[in-house]
Design a binder for this molecule. Structure first.
Ligand SMILES: Cc1c2[nH]c(c1CCC(=O)O)Cc1[nH]c(c(CCC(=O)O)c1C)Cc1[nH]c(c(CCC(=O)O)c1C)Cc1[nH]c(c(C)c1CCC(=O)O)C2
Length: 350
């Protein structure tokens, strides 16, 4: 967010936005993927008040509170909307539930169901989430950015096809091999729904949006172009047709050798990378085309201690003078000790 500061006349612009807009910062902006969640006692307390996890996502008052919890506790530079990538299949009329201790469950979609999907009701069904975006932006300090998000079409499709999380997305890879046109049609519906949803989030007050492609690494190079990078590029272009300066963070987890072409194809302002990539090399290859977000291993954060300090220093060193958004290389896990997050924040801000 950019606001006029009444006493100085200067503009306050969130640090994250400076980096997305092309600047390097001596002290990088930081936030953590899945920063609102079960590792926080205040989240667990509030979670028992809402019925199901989806009820929590669709209750603006509670979702707003959960979004702000990690900002109050750690002072991160950005809040991320509290919701889930699976609200899109829900808004497309699919049955979605979250089973305690097991994760998401959906009715597996078949080829005939794909033809029945309609994107007409997306905004109506996701109205409570958009209300949360506006409420968070109203309550958040102007120097903090608000990140909206959606899942990438491929990752959302993997949950729709298998009906749950799987270790290697075999059911979706099978559909890709057996009936690639059917997969194209499913991905197209998800692209349309995501454009409408992200435009609405940005209009409601999100300063940037992240597209999570948690499962891009299971695709072949050709599959990655067709079902990960290509559809994300269509979302970015579709949103920018309506909001030309819309800011994007792309997170094609495990894209590895596909990272540079991902940045070129999609036109994202920043790309998220996990801990398996050599940061200095990736930085060189991406050059000035995008900022880099990442890439601490969430398990190093669980471990804490000097291993944590060293890993943080390595990331800062590899990105010195460059456009870094400090983050994890994937979501924070529930068993993460709060004191380790405090130690991390202190180290990055030193
Ligand atoms: C694949 C995926 C999902 N959801 C998401 C992804 C992409 C990122 C990733 O790979 O981690 C993204 C997500 N999910 C959630 C957010 C909220 C914002 C944030 O704090 O980052 C975001 C950005 C809340 C959530 N989404 C979920 C929870 C836990 C639900 C609970 O409190 O009971 C939260 C806080 C549930 C969820 N949602 C999903 C799964 C597989 C699960 C169960 C496993 C798990 O708990 O992590 C699907």
């Amino acid at each position: 967010m950019v606001v006029q500061n009444s006493s100085t006349g200067l503009m306050t612009k969130a640090r994250l936005l400076h980096v997305l807009d092309g600047e390097a910062m001596a002290q990088p902006p930081m936030w953590l993927m899945r920063q609102a969640g079960r590792y926080l006692p205040e989240y667990r307390a509030l979670r028992t008040k809402a019925g199901s996890f989806l009820d929590l996502c669709y209750t603006p008052e509670l979702a707003t509170e959960v979004t702000l919890q990690p900002i109050r506790r750690f002072g991160f530079d950005a809040a991320i909307l509290f919701s889930d990538i699976l609200v899109i299949p829900h808004a497309l009329g699919r049955d979605v539930r979250f089973v305690e201790g097991e994760g998401p469950r959906l009715d597996p979609i078949d080829v005939a169901d794909i033809e029945q999907l309609t994107t007409n009701a997306v905004l109506e069904r996701l109205a409570p989430v958009l209300e949360t975006v506006s409420a968070v932006r109203r309550e958040l300090a102007p120097d903090k950015a608000l990140i909206g998000f959606c899942g990438a079409p491929w990752t959302v499709a993997t949950y729709m096809i298998a009906g749950k999380g799987t270790p290697d997305q075999a059911p979706s890879r099978l559909l890709a091999a057996r009936d690639p046109q059917a997969l194209d049609r499913l991905i197209d519906k998800l692209v349309q729904a995501s454009i409408v949803y992200l435009v609405a989030q940005l209009r409601a007050g999100a300063d940037a949006v992240q597209i999570f492609d948690s499962w891009s690494r299971v695709l072949s190079p050709a599959g990655f172009e067709r079902w990960s990078a290509g559809p994300i590029a269509r979302i970015v272009a579709g949103v920018r047709a309506e909001i030309p300066d819309a800011r994007f963070i792309g997170f094609p987890k495990g894209a590895d050798r596909g990272l540079v072409s991902f940045v070129e194809t999609t036109g994202v302002n920043a790309v998220g990378v996990d801990w398996t990539v050599p940061l200095a090399t990736v930085r060189q290859e991406i050059a000035d085309r995008a900022a880099i977000q990442g890439n601490l291993d969430p398990m190093v954060l669980v471990a804490g201690g000097t291993q944590l300090d060293d890993a943080v220093d390595e990331i800062l060193e590899a990105m010195r003078g460059g456009r870094l958004i400090f983050n994890l290389g994937h979501g924070i896990v529930p068993q993460t000790p709060i004191e380790h997050v405090e130690r991390l924040v202190e180290r990055v801000r030193r």
